[in-house]
Design a protein around this ligand. Sequence first.
Ligand code: DQA
Length: 157
Amino acid sequence: MPNDLKVLDLCDVVLLNGPNLNLLGTREPDLYGTDTLHAIETKMMAKAKKVELKLECRQTNFEGELVTLIQQIRSSGAKFLIINAAAYTHTSIAIRDAISAVDVPFIEVHLSNIYNREQFRHHSYLSERAEAVICGFGAMGYDVALDYVIGKLKGSL
Ligand code: DQA
């Protein structure tokens, strides 16, 4: 049963996390680390706020909800997307099409190094369209992505 997904408010940057990332902190910590998603999002929102950018964060386990959220990026006014589509990275043409439709620059993030894992994780439907891809840095990858986005939006990059 889909959870109640809050629509995207007006914002500058959107962070989307896909299936099972709500379990960060306890999910395979050797692979994904011990930081919870709440801790990651809280830290990122504070960092964005410091430079007067509004970051909206959403996580969902449902592919269609990710598509809907991506479609809402236009009306939210966001100028950048940071996305960890998790397993849908490797399967979802719908998510790729949604990103192409809204035509928003985006950074693809993975906590683990998807290239030193199973073969089926080596292909991403998103990377070809991404402005940058970050993987293998654990939670730090989200930080790096946000630093880059801040640099872009504030004119220092
Ligand atoms: C992941 C890598 C994916 O292959 C996997 O399905 C995930 C998480 C990562 O952050 O390392 O759920 O996107």
